[in-house]
Design a protein around this ligand. Sequence first.
Ligand code: PTJ
Length: 263
Amino acid sequence: MKSPTVPPDHPRRVSLEIRERVIEGHEKGIVATAGLLAHGRGEAFDYMIGEKTTERAREAARAGVAALLSAIHPVISVNGNACALAPKELVALSELTNAPLEINLFYYTREREDAILRALRKAGAKGVLGTHDRPSSAIPELSSNRRKVDSEGIAKADTVLVPLEDGDRTEALRALGKLVIAIDLNPMSRTSVKASISVVDNIVRILPLMIDYAREMKDMPKKRLESVVSTFDNKANLNDSIRMIMNHLESETRQDDDISQAI
Ligand code: PTJ
């Protein structure tokens, strides 16, 4: 079914256009049906954040990019939603940070793997890890489909970027001693809480910024990059992110008060 075009003056145009991308991704077999629900959850948190990138998200994104640039084996994990929402940005960040893209799916089917691979190649990806024809190993702590990882990718990575992740795998990757960078709109999700660096923002807004940071920092000495990572405090980041949501909701309440006084 062809989705209607969002009118240019629609007050929720940006959000609706992003939603259309996910629906289109689902129709092409890229996004899992559960990915539509995951997106709805993300939309709700984005609404509470105020649909803008906070200063805290910028700091986390910068630390995340510094971690990718200073890693020995960085990898960017790709699932259906991430691929549908920002394929070109994933490819650009991968090239700038020398972090290969690895397809890693919770709801694995061979058809979805193929559809995601096609979309990444169309976006300019040259080599993609995690496909069925690649050598694989298993993450022993995990029972989901995500336990199967590329032997040359996540298996040997020291740093993994995981956009829109489920909590189990973040926890398992941390248990294996890897540095995990999450992109998740929910600062209270298990992924955000378990990750080393949690970027609380919409993948659509934050990846272009991470690309800018990668361009800016790619020639920085390793010591300086490592210091950006080691001085980042994820607990403070998450606490502030939750506070920012509360402040945003508070300001919305005051607007309601203003309205009732005006009546
Ligand atoms: O493609 P697959 O098979 O690997 O499956 C991918 C999904 C996303 C379905 C799977 O990983 C899943 O079920 O994830 P969860 O547990 O629903 O978690 C998704 C998280 O991503 C939630 O915390 C959402 O708030 C968050 N999220 C949703 N949309 C966005 C987002 N975070 C950043 N940007 C978004 N656009």
